[in-house]
Design a protein around this ligand. Sequence first.
Ligand code: FE2
Ligand code: FE2
Length: 139
Amino acid sequence: MGLNKKYETGILWQDTQHQQLIELMEKLSDSNAKEADPKMFTYTTAFLAMYVTHHFNLEEQYMETYGYPDLKLHIAEHHKYIDIIKKFRRENTQFSAEGSAFLEENILKWILDHIMENDQKLGAFIRIEERKRILAEET
Ligand SMILES: [Fe+2]
Ligand SMILES: [Fe+2]
């Protein structure tokens, strides 16, 4: 299953990682639609905590390497999500149907909004910078 076009940044590693997040969102959404599943809930929160740290770090490395002008704002957004996820995990160590719904309806949705807004801007910037570098190597 390919990444929905509206989420694409055009950067392969970024799109691949976003795809994983979207698949997670879909699985959680399916499970919440039937009867919220404690295993799926635990899996989602653990995956999310691991995923965002790794994924955000990689994006931030690219921002630094290419001198991204909106670096501060974008990193601040990442930190906001990390804090939200941490707080959520602290307050939801046990499964609950409400917690599972909140995860789907708020946390994962916010991250999708972040992809649509901030990550697509970053992706467009990286594409331009990478093209410049390729052209510079050819001449
Ligand atoms: Fe990001
Ligand atoms: Fe991202």
